[in-house]
Design a protein around this ligand. Structure first.
Ligand code: SF4
Length: 400
């Protein structure tokens, strides 16, 4: 399967791809997609010739983070290219078995900020509510791989009742982000129970859902789901897309259904080596996102999760990417590059340096083309000028 047009702003379906034409009547059924996920070495090798590094990676992955890939997402893999940006995201590689000295099981320090199991309260006015440990497919660099997929040594304990009680008691919380795992994996009824319960708490002004389902399983974004979600506004959804190839025709249609339900959509990307660590790929991605009515929101430096060194890039790469976007494309297309402060520091924004010099009188700046501009500080109005203007005002008043 060729993917030569990755950087073109076009949207196409890749079905049935690696599957026979006979499955097409089931293709749009999310349950069928989930049942037919590729999650064993045998199922993988039925469709792809693996590299030695991938084969070893799959054998080692079983007790760290499960492998699971929906047929929809699997079809984006280029069988001819062992360095395909899609396979690097979802097919384990041998390098995952090595933990670099700086890597951690919980790089964002979530476990130490949990007043109730599953509820991360790091910033005063908002919380992260981890409602499930399951996803439609598993990203090899998942920052929550210590609990996600259920095969690691740690398990996610979510106790909804204590979490709801904590939210009721803490009136300073105004914003709840549902995440996991992937909350959109729940049935409409189960998800609605959570949303309705949260909406019954008067001080919760704003709800958010973090989900990669629109990308891994666009079939789940049904009109019924959208009708249910729109009862709980203001509700925002953050999706997670890394490469322009992920924005297929089905994904675009699913995102349009969410946008038509009045849900503002943002995208979170992680910079990954060999996937999207160039200005060219990022620019194609952000342009396609805008066409899908999604605002690029965050561009993350990959967290120092165990076994991720082969996917992580130097911090300077993210700054270069923003430098290559700012001024060169629509402002709405430019995400904020951030590093999640290791151990629980929260998101720290990083930007290219546009300030060449600063003193009490002026700031010297460079623009996106490298030209230099001087912006003087505001001049104080001289007292004599104020007097003169006052006199002028008085005399024009007398003239009337
Ligand atoms: S979808 Fe999100 S939570 Fe699930 S594996 Fe990927 S990064 Fe982790």
């Amino acid at each position: 399967m060729g993917h030569s047009n990755d950087l073109e702003p076009s949207f196409r379906s890749h079905s049935p791809g690696y599957w026979p034409e006979s499955v097409m009547p089931h293709w749009d059924d999310a349950t069928w997609q989930l049942k037919n996920r590729v999650s064993t070495l045998a199922a993988l090798e039925e469709r792809l010739t693996l590299t030695d590094e991938e084969r070893a990676g799959v054998l080692l992955a079983g007790n760290k983070l499960a492998m699971s890939i929906t047929p929809h997402f699997f079809n984006l893999i280029d069988a001819q290219n062992p360095d395909c940006p899609i396979r690097r995201q979802v097919i384990p590689r041998i390098e995952e078995g090595w933990d670099a000295p700086e890597e951690m099981a919980d790089p964002c320090g979530e476990d130490s900020h949990m007043p109730v199991p599953g509820l991360v309260h790091r910033y005063p006015d908002r919380v992260l509510f981890l409602v499930t440990d399951r996803c439609a497919s598993y990203c090899r660099y998942c920052t929550r791989s210590r609990v996600v997929s259920g095969v690691g040594d740690q398990h996610l304990e979510t106790q909804w009742e204590p979490a709801f009680r904590y939210l009721e008691q803490h009136t300073e919380i105004r914003d709840v982000l549902l995440s996991g795992g992937d909350p959109l994996l729940f049935s409409d009824a189960k998800l609605e129970k959570i949303l309705a319960r949260l909406r019954a708490i008067p001080h919760l002004q704003f709800l958010r859902i973090g989900s990669r389902i629109p990308i891994f399983l666009p079939q789940r974004i049904t009109p019924e789901l959208c009708t249910m979600l729109q009862k709980y506004h203001p509700l925002f959804i953050s999706i997670h897309t890394n490469h322009p190839r992920e924005l297929t025709l089905e994904v675009k249609q699913g995102l349009e259904r969410l946008a038509n339900a009045g849900i503002p959509l943002g995208n979170q990307s992680v910079i990954l080596k060999g996937v999207n660590d160039s200005v060219e790929v990022q620019k194609a991605l952000v342009h396609k996102l805008l066409m899908c009515r999604v605002r690029p929101y965050y561009l993350y430096q990959c967290d120092m999760i165990r076994g991720s060194s082969h996917l992580r890039t130097p911090v300077s790469r993210g700054v270069e990417i923003i430098d290559g976007l700012r001024g060169h494309t629509t402002g709405y297309a430019i995400p904020q590059f951030v590093i999640d402060g290791p151990g629980g520091g929260g998101k720290i924004p990083l930007n290219p340096n546009y300030i060449v010099h600063r003193d009490p009188d002026k700031t010297v700046l460079r623009n996106y083309e490298g030209e230099i501009f001087e912006y003087p500080e505001p001049s104080p109005i001289p007292a004599s000028e104020l007097l003169r203007l006052r006199d002028q005002a008085t005399s024009s008043c007398g003239a009337h």
